[in-house]
Design a protein around this ligand. Structure first.
Ligand code: PMT
Length: 222
């Protein structure tokens, strides 16, 4: 039986991809299956937490016992995350959020026309950054999906986003990142330490992240 490390704690997890609509039949998205975030949600329930899972469109089933909030776009994820943030003790941002969306969403299927060869994009809100700005005693954990210079980018994100921990995965390594049942991650903590973990199941990575989160929360509340 897992230890009830998070009994009475509220844990908010984001998972899956976002979809940024171009028109009624097309959108921009990424390869996230939701497996990593859903594994964290399942382990958090097992650890006794009250769990809210804010999820983009995925084809896997949400674990029993979570409050599931389905969203599609980065903008919808932003609003759901902000709403759930206030009473949260721990927030874990596993979702692969689109950094860009089409500037205009066409109401009818877009037709190719001379002169509009380029689709204009604009930036979405950086949810992790916004949460970091509003942090009041919550433990904020982000992910970093990188294809190069993982350490540098992960440490940069830790600081810029005012996070307590960044879980970095090099998504080019076999068995890590999108779609797999396993992951290879390094944990970067705000005290400057880091811990490189071997290839593990997403379930075990999830349990490890939550153990660290419970320790960070205890320290925060000292
Ligand atoms: O879902 P799976 O198939 O199991 O795959 C797991 C995963 C690869 C998606 C996961 O392990 C992972 O790395 N998630 C983060 C993916 C990502 O978008 O990384 P990023 O480096 O672009 O973003 C950094 C952090 O900022 C993330 O916590 C992200 O949720 C957050 N972010 C990003 C953009 C944005 N507009 N708002 C955000 O909050």
């Amino acid at each position: 039986k897992p230890k009830q490390d998070l009994a009475g704690r509220k844990v908010v997890i984001t998972a899956g991809p976002t979809r940024e609509k171009i028109d009624p039949v097309r959108y921009i998205t990424n390869h996230s299956s939701g497996k990593m975030g859903y594994a964290i949600a399942e382990e958090a329930v097992a650890a006794g937490a009250e769990v809210t899972l804010i999820s983009g469109p995925v084809s896997i089933k949400a674990p029993d016992g979570v409050k599931l909030i389905n969203i599609e776009s980065a903008e919808e994820m932003y609003h759901a995350a902000m709403e759930e943030y206030e009473n949260a003790n721990i927030v874990i941002k596993t979702a692969a959020v689109s950094d860009y969306r089409p500037k205009v969403c066409f109401s009818q299927k877009m037709k190719k026309q001379p002169g509009d060869e380029v689709l204009e994009l604009e930036r979405t809100k950086d949810i992790l950054f916004e949460l970091g700005q509003k942090k009041k005693g919550q433990i904020l954990i982000g992910f970093a999906a990188e294809t190069e210079r993982v350490d540098v980018y992960a440490k940069g994100k830790l600081k810029k986003k005012n996070a307590d921990m960044i879980v970095a995965n090099n998504v080019t390594s076999e068995g890590a990142g999108f779609g797999t049942d396993t992951n290879i991650v390094t944990l970067f903590k705000k005290d400057g330490t880091s811990e490189e973990l071997p290839l593990m199941s997403k379930k075990d990575v999830a349990a490890k992240i939550l153990q660290e989160a419970a320790i960070l929360l205890k320290d925060e509340q000292k």
